[in-house]
Design a protein around this ligand. Sequence first.
Ligand code: PEP
Length: 242
Amino acid sequence: MRQLVAGNWKMNGSCRQAATLAEALRGEAGLACDLLVCPPFTLIDRVAGLLLHTPVAVGGQDCHAQAQGAHTGDISAEMLAELGCSAVIVGHSERRQDHGETDAEVQAKVRAAVRAGLTPIVCVGETQAQRDAGQEVAVVRGQLAASLPHDFAGVVAYEPIWAIGTGRTPTSDDVETVHRHVRAALVERLGQGGRSVRILYGGSVKPDNAAELLRVPEVGGALVGGASLSADSFLAIARAAA
Ligand code: PEP
């Protein structure tokens, strides 16, 4: 299975910066991995237009569980699909923390994404305190059990919260341990279908650590925050993918 390198731009980027980044990505051919960028809502239309007919896919960073209605400030999965998105991140730790999103809400968003024809990328991961207490596997398994529908088809991203934007990463062995548990949990839940779910690693992936992280067994790609804001560093990570 090809690895997936996904860029989460978060709340960054002007129209001009987004256009420059998209132009640089569209020129890249022959990568051995799949590429996805997730700009903020305001830039999706522009970026999707620039990346139309290129191998670079576009996704959202979140969606509402409902298709439409009185939900001020929210965006539905159907709206993302209409703009040309093929995927959406759900349950990112910043959404869980900043907006109090629960596993049940994440599961509803996963269903919404699938209803709209999008691939959900479901984020799970432990806090520093949970890692210090040796609870990372239990936390991640609990999040998966509560966030994934029984017929889940999508992508899982393991993102230890303490590694996001900090420049710190788990060791390769630690990443492998959690990813093996994620795989086991997926197979327990989905049967053989659980074997084909890509499991991304996310948290301070940079050009200088990407090759090592992407080589870890059961790592099916990377979810990249800060380093996805520069075409040079994002593409360097993509070139490190198998
Ligand atoms: C993220 O927030 O999904 C992320 C992985 O961020 P960073 O790469 O900046 O740690």
